[in-house]
Design a protein around this ligand. Structure first.
Ligand SMILES: [Zn+2]
Ligand SMILES: [Zn+2]
Length: 73
């Protein structure tokens, strides 16, 4: 099994961050051996959103930035 850290965001989503891969994962030819994730640690990020929620809801400048890009083209 591979060790994972479960990081929870304010939006309610969470991600698993691999902290240590087991030998089965490392030596597999595809690099995608299916292991049961072994969550060994938890992190809370009450001040952050996950990657999907963050730009749309909390970075209004992202929309402005994209608008400027499209103008320049
Ligand atoms: Zn593993
Ligand atoms: Zn989210």
């Amino acid at each position: 099994m591979c060790n994972y850290t479960q990081r929870e965001y304010a939006c309610g989503h969470f991600v698993w961050l691999a902290s240590k891969h087991c030998e089965a994962y490392k030596t597999s030819k595809s690099g995608r051996t299916k292991c049961e994730p072994n969550v060994t640690a938890f992190e809370e990020r009450p001040e952050s959103m996950c990657g999907e929620c963050w730009p749309a809801q909390h970075h209004p400048w992202t929309a402005e930035f994209m608008r400027q890009l499209s103008v320049q083209r």
